[in-house]
Design a protein around this ligand. Structure first.
Ligand code: 4NP
Length: 187
């Protein structure tokens, strides 16, 4: 699910123009477990926030392209009162780097893959570099630098509960550091 909102300069939303609203892309490997969960949780916490322009998720791999989220992700969301989430897995696209202000990786492998891709794209198209999104570890917003969301795909159901707690904590950190304080770089 890609959620798009438009903030208008004429709306009493506290934003001078829509450029200040940020777009956020969550990225994991398969785009069926962690990043869809991050997207759904972040969306639930920012639903009516005009400072968010667009939210989506993607995978660095294409293994599950077109698939719905893992049932254990949906269970964890439903257990936390999110029952309207709908998503089809997709692989990250080159255009995502221009379309999203923040590209947030779930673990350090995802981060490294995204940074390599961004570097390759910037080399091919140097004029695009300045407009490319910030690639960061989502867990850097959790209170201590470098916290990763461990891939729960092959693990116990409990891994999805742990991941959910992280998604809430990291989302709240992002909201307070980027949206409230207006920082636009890593915490
Ligand atoms: P995700 O989990 O990256 O959190 O979506 C995974 C899902 C599937 C696979 C790996 C990780 N897989 O290898 O199929």
């Amino acid at each position: 699910m890609s959620t798009q909102k438009t903030a208008s300069a004429n709306e009493p939303n506290g934003l001078p123009d829509e450029k200040q609203a940020v777009s956020v892309l969550f990225v994991c490997l398969g785009n069926i477990c962690r990043s869809p969960m991050a997207e759904a949780v972040f969306h639930s916490l920012t639903k009516s926030d005009p400072r968010i322009a667009k939210i989506d998720s993607a995978g660095t791999g294409a293994y599950h392209e077109g698939d719905p989220p893992d049932p254990r992700t949906m269970d964890a969301l439903r257990a936390n009162n999110i029952d309207d989430y709908d998503h089809a897995a997709r692989k990250i696209k080159h255009s995502d780097f221009a379309e999203f202000d923040y590209i947030l990786a779930m673990d350090k492998d995802n981060l490294s893959d995204l940074r390599s891709l961004k570097t390759r794209l910037a080399k091919k198209n140097p004029s695009m570099e300045r407009a490319m999104g910030n690639v960061m570890l989502f867990g850097d917003f959790g209170g201590s630098k470098g916290e990763q969301v461990v891939d729960p795909y092959y693990g116990a159901h409990n891994g999805f509960t742990v991941a959910h707690e992280q998604m809430v904590r990291f989302s709240k950190g992002f909201i307070s550091q980027i949206l409230l304080e207006g920082r636009n770089q890593a915490p």
